[in-house]
Design a protein around this ligand. Structure first.
Ligand code: ADP
Ligand code: ADP
Length: 226
């Protein structure tokens, strides 16, 4: 049930001020949890600590009962998608999607099968030989999604993944991410400052303010609270 757990987590970058304070929250297996809040409220810091990029100043974060910062990066089994897709520009779409498998030492046969399956999932199989620069913004973001999902991570972290897209494409990608979430049953922690995006996509929303959670609950419960 408590697949991810934050217990009394605090983070200070400068030893004086706190980017995150007294953070207690859990994420259930298969859940889609969104961290919603204004710029500077501590969302990215929270995600980076969960990814193991930053260490909490106090408190603990566990993944499947194990402290995240004690697991070697590739054993954390976490997929990530960020706003500026960060696809490798000199690699083809297939090579980009295959990359997480190569660093995890999957066999050639298994790699090919998984890459093709992932490209089918995002309907870009026929663009496998293209480079990112030859794709539209939405297509590039779909490749980033495929790359994050190809090794079947148990947890996927997304930080403003649709921030660079226009409104129409953003709404389309919201549906696509929701469909992938229910199809794969993967646990997602998603960061956005867009309230409608948070309410449309999530099972639960954690509303961040000043480094802490001001409210947490289902989209319905957040609306009916006074
Ligand atoms: P959000 O994702 O909600 O915009 P952040 O977690 O990025 O919030 O930032 C929370 C606070 O921590 C801000 O005051 C920000 O300036 C500070 N902060 C974030 N990252 C760093 C860093 N690497 N070094 C120093 N301060 C940082
Ligand atoms: P969708 O999943 O909605 O098809 P796309 O990212 O494929 O999203 O396309 C979004 C928009 O970008 C569409 O209007 C499409 O016509 C346009 N588009 C698609 N491919 C390219 C490309 N290589 N260069 C420029 N625009 C493109």
């Amino acid at each position: 049930e408590r697949f991810v757990e934050f217990i009394d987590v605090e983070k200070s970058y400068d030893g004086r001020t706190f980017a995150v304070t007294r953070l207690n929250m859990h994420v259930a297996k298969g859940e889609f949890l969104t961290l919603l809040g204004p710029s500077g409220s501590g969302k990215t810091t929270t995600l980076n600590m969960l990814a193991g990029f930053e260490r909490p100043t106090h408190g603990s974060i566990t993944l499947n009962g194990q402290p995240v910062d004690r697991l070697p990066p590739y054993e954390r089994n976490i997929g990530m998608v960020f706003q500026n897709y960060a696809l490798f520009p000199h690699m083809t779409v297939e090579e980009n999607v295959a990359f997480p498998l190569s660093v995890r030492k999957f066999s050639k046969t298994e790699t090919t099968q998984r890459v093709h399956k992932a490209l089918d999932m995002i309907q870009l199989r026929k663009f496998g030989d293209r480079r990112p620069g030859q794709l539209s913004g939405g297509q590039q973001q779909r490749v980033a999604l495929a790359r994050a999902l190809v090794f079947e991570p148990s947890l996927v972290l997304m930080d403003e993944p649709l921030g660079a897209l226009d409104k129409k494409l953003r709404e389309h990608m919201q549906l696509e991410i929701k469909q992938l979430h229910s199809m794969l049953g993967v646990t997602i922690v998603y960061v956005t400052h867009d309230q409608s995006e948070a309410l449309t996509m999530s099972d639960r929303v954690a509303v961040f303010n000043n480094g802490g959670i001001a409210q947490i609950g289902t989209p319905d419960s957040l609306y009916t609270q006074p």
